[in-house]
Every structure is written in structure tokens, then in C-alpha cells.
Write a protein that binds this ligand. Structure first.
Ligand SMILES: [Zn+2]
Length: 248
């Protein structure tokens, strides 16, 4: 079944934001988005996502995600972004972050994690890692924005061409290197915030069990954050060597 999240559509306004960025910078090489651009982009994307999916603001889960998120941010290497930590009422086993600060944990993931705060802390840390590592922004620079340049090449291009851009962002598949980087940041942040970062390996095991039970159909988290043995091994090596490079 097509998830509701993948159906999130961006309006022309996001396209205009991006177009403005392109026009201002006139450059399509990587890392051309300023921090301010990233914050604006993330804000617009979160507005659109929250129009499509219900945000749970009052439950114990919502409070738990906010509490852990804020605690972790205090221990990261970059704390001046407008982070937000929210729960989306969706059965998807997923977590996503947007450039410049917004971070969402899906209820399906919370159900899978159960009361394992150490695991949840590493997942939230991983998502903060994507934000702080500017991984999404780099990917837009190299692919999505290039596509946008093509879309907008003819003057007066139909805004309909931008439909699906939001889904691109929500379902952005990170590269292996970005996953390693986000894992390293995530377990480091969780460690410095006082959690046991070994929680991440319990989460990986649970994901693999779900995958097997579903007959090879990946939980959404695995589609956007591909997991392979190398990733598991690398995380284990960081844990074994207590090699926490990021955070304080
Ligand atoms: Zn990831």
C-alpha cells in the first residue's frame, strides 16, 4: 500500500523557494545552500508535511521524543539550529529529518522500539547527524536541484512539474557514506548525552526481524537509511573502541 507520507506533495511555493535559492546563487555545485537557505527549506517542507500527516503533540510519546531530542542537542557539535522534535501519527517504521532542524519520528518506529530509550536516543541522534552533516542539502545540490533547473528551463514552466518533490525529500535515500557519518554522529551524541549507544544495535536487529517477517519488504526506515553488514560492523567498531568523534 502506498504510504500516506509518500503522497505528500509540495506546492509551487517550495519550488519558488528553491528557485529563489538557485537564482540567488546561480550555482549548482554542492554545498551551495547557506544555513539560512536550509532552515527556510526545512520550514517550508515541515509545513507541507504537517498538512498531510497528523502531528501528535500531547501524548507521552511526543513528550518523550522532545525530551530525548533536546537532551541530545545539548551535546552535539552544532546547537544553533532551530531543531524541533515531533511524532507523526503514522504506522510507518520511519524517522526523518529536514534541513535546518525539523525532525520527525513516526509512531510505527516508536512501537517497534518500545521503551528502549537508548535505542531511541541513537535514532534521534542519527537524524540530527543528517541535519548537522548537511547530508540532504548536499543531495539536493547534486540531484534534485539539477532536475529543478531542467524543469524551470522553459520560462513559465508548469508548477505541476514540481509535484512529487516533497516525496523526493521525505523519501530521500541517503548514500552509504552519509549513513556511516550519521551513525557515527548518532552514537557519539547519544553517548555524550548519557545514553548507552549500544541501543542502536538492538534497533538494527529489530529492523532486520521486521524485514524477515515481511518477506524481504523493507521497513520504510531501511529504504531511506539503507542498512548493510558494513554499516552494522562499522557501528560495532565505534562502540567497541569507544571512538566517539562528535559531540561533547
Ligand atoms: Zn540515515
Amino acid at each position: 500500500m502506498k504510504s500516506k507520507a509518500t503522497g505528500v506533495r509540495w506546492g509551487a511555493s517550495v519550488g519558488l523557494v528553491l528557485l529563489a535559492m538557485i537564482a540567488l546563487t546561480g550555482c549548482r555545485t554542492r554545498s551551495f545552500l547557506s544555513t539560512k537557505d536550509e532552515i527556510n527549506l526545512g520550514k517550508e517542507a515541515s509545513r507541507q508535511i504537517e498538512q498531510e500527516l497528523r502531528v501528535d503533540t500531547n501524548s507521552a510519546d511526543a513528550e518523550r521524543v522532545r525530551r530525548i531530542g533536546r537532551k541530545i542537542v545539548e551535546h552535539t557539535d552544532k546547537r544553533d539550529l532551530p531543531y524541533s522534535f515531533k511524532v507523526l501519527d503514522s504506522r510507518e517504521i520511519n524517522a526523518v529529518s529536514l534541513p535546518g532542524g525539523p525532525l520527525y519520528v513516526f509512531r510505527g518506529l516508536l512501537d517497534l522500539v518500545g521503551d528502549d530509550d537508548d535505542a531511541l536516543a541513537t535514532i534521534i541522534g542519527h537524524e540530527i547527524g543528517h541535519i548537522n552533516g548537511r547530508h540532504a542539502a548536499r543531495q539536493y545540490s547534486s540531484s534534485t536541484l539539477t532536475q529543478l533547473l531542467i524543469v524551470f528551463a522553459p520560462i513559465g514552466a508548469n508548477a505541476q512539474n514540481l509535484a512529487g518533490l516533497g516525496a523526493n525529500l521525505l523519501n530521500l535515500k541517503y548514500s552509504r557514506d552519509d549513513e556511516y557519518d550519521a551513525d557515527r554522529r548518532g552514537v557519539s551524541y547519544a553517548h555524550f548525552a548519557g545514553y548507552n549507544p549500544a541501543g542502536i544495535t538492538r534497533f538494527f536487529s529489530k529492523l532486520e526481524k521486521v524485514e524477515k517477517k515481511q518477506g524481504g519488504s523493507d521497513p520504510e526506515f531501511l529504504r531511506t537509511h539503507p542498512l548493510n553488514q558494513m554499516r552494522i560492523d562499522r557501528v560495532q567498531a565505534i562502540l567497541d573502541n569507544q571512538n566517539f568523534r562528535y559531540g561533547q
